[in-house]
Write a protein that binds this ligand. Structure first.
Ligand code: GDP
Length: 365
């Protein structure tokens, strides 16, 4: 499964956020794989469409789809030189598919800031610099090798060298590779380099209980927004401490609590959704009387691959997918009614699955 890694300087609220994630965690009985790694927190992906399908179908059970966060501990100044847990830190980041970078935006005199004062941009830069330096090292190594081959006019090497030429000066300026525009061919080469600073990132601005109701005009949060915009990255504002409390509440209590605080949706729910989007993930549904269930697929997947998310047999033996768009299911109220209205399609192997499709797979065993 795709996972987002939580990183940040010490004392910014990473553990608090990760606690919230594990407390909010998916029911272990439904997701037995979820309990294996203590550094992985599995959460259910909030989706109002699933609730609606449950109402319409009244199945025996309803299962949301899940998303994984990985807690990446270990700090960081000097990481690129292998100091402390540095190497392990970088290796762990290499394994995640996206980065949730937690930044401290809350003032609290009782909590020491490692750099002496609350300065989110300087914090971001401290971590990013370590990642940039690690990338610069890999790019330089690669450069030495590829430039030799490129002299023979080898096409692939020439193309890769051009990409390296684009990346190197940016890293040398201390900036992340994700700030560079690449075309599709270049993008492929970039992916093959496994750069840390090319991974999609989401900045998580951790604010205090007092700040959380109005973050529009918050100076520190706006600094993070400005920085992120330059990198084409997103920002999520969260109060980790509140999330830790919310995570222990039942749905109804949770809604009341959020209302009192003047927040529409919990920060964690927003974060899950953002991370999901960041990774290019979508949700499709299966809606039978036994079970209504949400499934995660990678946008762009064709029907057989998407079926493979449920079981590899479904992919191997794929014949067709009966498809109803969620909006139609919602509008007509049942599979039968949607079918009678001509809103059920029978799709083949080349069908690209849409977010919100309600699917029924036909397959040979
Ligand atoms: P980590 O080192 O990044 O994992 O940071 P922790 O999660 O351990 O948090 C460091 C300290 O900041 C703890 O005392 C937390 O209770 C506190 N803290 C974390 N999030 C918040 C927050 O949203 N508001 C306030 N006031 N304190 C927080």
């Amino acid at each position: 499964a795709l996972t987002a890694g939580i990183v940040g300087l010490p004392n910014v609220g990473k553990s608090t956020l990760f606690n919230a994630i594990t407390k909010a965690g998916a029911e272990a009985a439904n997701y037995p794989f979820a309990t294996i790694d203590p550094n992985v927190g599995v959460v259910e992906v909030p989706d109002h469409r699933l609730k609606r399908l449950e109402e319409l179908v009244s199945p025996k059970r309803t299962l949301p789809t899940t998303f994984e966060f990985t807690d990446i501990a270990g700090i960081v100044k000097g990481a690129s030189k292998g100091e402390g847990l540095g190497n392990k830190f970088l290796a762990n980041i290499r394994q995640v598919d996206a980065i949730c970078h937690v930044v401290r935006c809350f003032e609290d005199d009782n909590i020491i800031h490692v750099e002496g004062k609350v300065d989110p941009i300087s914090d971001i830069e401290t971590i990013n610099l370590e990642l940039v330096l690690a990338d610069l090292e890999s790019v330089e190594k690669r450069y030495a090798r590829v430039s030799k081959v490129a002299r023979t006019k080898d096409k692939e090497a020439v193309a890769e060298l051009a990409v390296l030429d684009k990346i190197k000066p940016v890293l040398e300026e201390g900036k992340s590779a994700r700030s560079i525009e690449f075309n599709e061919d270049e993008e492929k080469i970039v992916r093959s380099l496994f750069l840390l600073t090319a991974k999609p990132v989401l900045y998580v601005a951790n604010v205090s209980e007092d700040q959380v109701a109005d973050t529009e005009n918050d100076d520190l949060v706006n600094q993070v927004r400005k920085f992120a915009a330059e990198e084409k990255a997103e920002v999520n504002v969260i109060c980790a401490r509140i999330e830790e409390e919310i995570a222990e509440l039942e749905d109804e209590e949770k809604e009341l609590f959020l209302e009192e605080l003047g927040i529409k949706e919990s920060g964690l729910d927003q974060l899950i959704r953002s991370a999901y989007n960041l990774l290019g993930l979508g949700t499709y549904f299966t809606a039978g009387v036994q079970e209504v269930r949400a499934w995660t697929f990678k946008k762009g997947m064709k029907a057989p691959q998407a079926a493979g998310v449920i079981h590899s047999d479904f992919e191997r033996g794929f014949i067709r997918a009966e498809t109803i768009a969620y909006e139609d299911f919602d509008k007509y109220g049942s599979e039968q009614a949607a079918k009678e209205a001509g809103r059920m399609r029978s799709e083949g192997k080349e069908y690209v699955v849409n977010d919100g499709d309600v699917l029924l797979f036909r397959f040979n065993v």
